[in-house]
Design a protein around this ligand. Structure first.
Ligand code: ZN
Length: 460
């Protein structure tokens, strides 16, 4: 598989550090609110990467953190009159609910910053001891001048960065670019004991400490949104590599931005959507399909119109699956050879995904396969052939996290019962009752199709 490495700016063959094993760290959410659709993109992209690598036979360890203490957490907890811990617990729970709806699997480990204060302090201490960090009035700063590679990921020159740097409150810092590893306690803030007095970790240090704890000094892949490249990832590299003298990550992957109706998403522009709100209108897998329909490095434009199109596309997937299941239950003695189509679909899918996780082309291939299958089984077929066609489709859908939960896609029991009642009404030539039931079923969002093999129920 080739991956575009943001560090080198090139597509490179993915060579794992340990044969058969891939370690991935992806920056997770700050849990002070429901996550928004901008956050959802990296969660979906890196979940898909993980699924694909597993499907290709790798053992994958996937770590995604929860930032559960920072300025925003402290501010929102104070506004709501609850503790930072309570706020974090609430939105970690909400994260898992929305993630589940989007078929985002739980990570191998979801470390929380507040549960790794000891690891963080040890790392900061190591940086102080080796001259890469210094204490200033209870704060500890990373000395960016002490790390010659600073700026290498974002391709920025340190002297230029300094010119553009905001004037920091703490003007005693050695260098304007130096960033906080540890922050001294302010009145009323949550704090932990440290060698530098009471305080709390800065944001960047938690990712270095937790990724190294669970995945070792050098990761295979570090992922995150493009907006995290600088300063967050640059700072993660500086802290980690200064502490270990080893490369922090062999591959860096960054996903592109999400625009809303072609405008940048922002709270002030009023075009800020949480996934929780979006899920009131659209099904989770349809949202996921939408996100994966663009290459992860490209910007993606989010609009209701495009999501509605994605809903329709998702129905095409579901209807193909329903159709194959119907054939399995109502087989006909028509020979269908599905193997060539399935093999071709599989090869296309792998080729697209091997090329820097090109989910857009992979999805295009799946829809070609669906079209082909629909044609192959136009007049029905045998159970085994339909089963093989469905299995091939489901394998690919599962890699993209687009496989519906059986319970979700199943036709509800009362719809099936009404369909049976309608059949009974037709049999007794009670056409009015049959039509009434058909209309009622339609009003509930299902469509009946009379076929020579029986009645098919499709979701509209
Ligand atoms: Zn991070």
């Amino acid at each position: 598989m080739k991956i575009f490495n943001s560090m080198t700016g090139k597509k490179e063959e993915l060579v794992p550090l340990h044969p058969g094993q891939i370690n991935i760290y992806a920056c997770g959410p700050t849990v002070y609110n429901y996550f928004h659709i901008g956050n959802a993109r990296p969660f979906i992209v890196f979940d898909t990467l993980r699924r694909y690598l597993e499907y290709r036979g790798y053992q994958v360890s996937f770590v995604q953190n929860f930032t559960d203490v920072d300025d925003k957490m402290i501010r929102v907890a104070a506004e709501e009159g609850i503790t930072v811990k309570e706020l974090g617990e609430r939105y970690i729970g909400e994260y898992f609910e929305d993630a589940k709806a989007l078929n985002i699997r739980p990570a191998t480990v979801h470390p929380k910053a507040t549960e790794h204060i000891g690891d963080i302090i040890a790392l900061v201490q190591k940086l102080v001891d080796t001259g890469h960090a210094y204490e200033l009035n209870g704060d500890v700063y990373f000395d960016t001048q002490s790390f010659p590679g600073y700026g290498k990921l974002s391709g920025q020159d340190l002297s230029e960065l300094e010119l553009g740097a905001r004037i920091d409150i703490n003007e005693e810092k050695k260098n304007p670019m130096d960033f906080a590893l540890w922050k001294a306690k302010k009145e009323g803030e949550i704090a932990w004991q440290s060698p530098w007095g009471e305080g709390r970790p800065g944001w960047h240090i938690e990712c270095s400490a937790m990724s190294m704890k669970y995945l070792g000094d050098t990761l295979d892949i570090h992922g995150g949104g493009q907006d995290l490249k600088f300063p967050h990832h640059e700072n993660e590299i500086a802290q980690s590599e200064a502490a270990t003298g080893k490369p922090f990550a062999n591959y860096w992957m960054h996903n592109g931005y999400i625009n809303i109706d072609n405008k940048k998403m922002s709270k002030s522009a009023g075009n800020f959507f949480t996934v929780r709100d979006i899920l009131k209108e659209f099904r989770g897998p349809a949202v996921r399909l939408f996100m994966l329909s663009a290459h992860y490095r490209n910007p993606i434009n989010f609009s209701r119109e495009l999501l509605t199109q994605s809903e329709t596309a998702y129905d095409r997937i579901l209807n193909c699956r329903e159709n194959l299941k119907f054939i399995m239950e109502h087989p006909k003695d028509i020979a269908v050879d599905v193997a060539p189509a399935a093999t071709a679909a599989n090869e296309k899918f792998n080729a697209a995904m091997d090329d820097d996780l090109n989910t857009a082309d992979a999805i295009g291939g799946i829809f070609e396969y669906i079209k082909e299958v629909n044609t192959l089984f136009e007049n029905g077929g045998q159970t085994e052939a339909a089963k093989a066609a469905l299995a091939a489709l489901d394998t690919l859908l599962d890699v993209l996290g687009l496989l519906p939960e059986e319970a979700d896609e199943a036709i509800p029991e009362d719809i099936r019962r009404m369909a049976d009642e309608r059949q009974a009404a037709r049999a007794s030539k009670d056409w009015a009752e049959a039509d009434r039931l058909r209309d009622e079923i339609r009003a509930r969002g299902y469509e009946l199709k009379d076929t020579p093999d029986g009645v098919k129920i499709n979701k509209i």
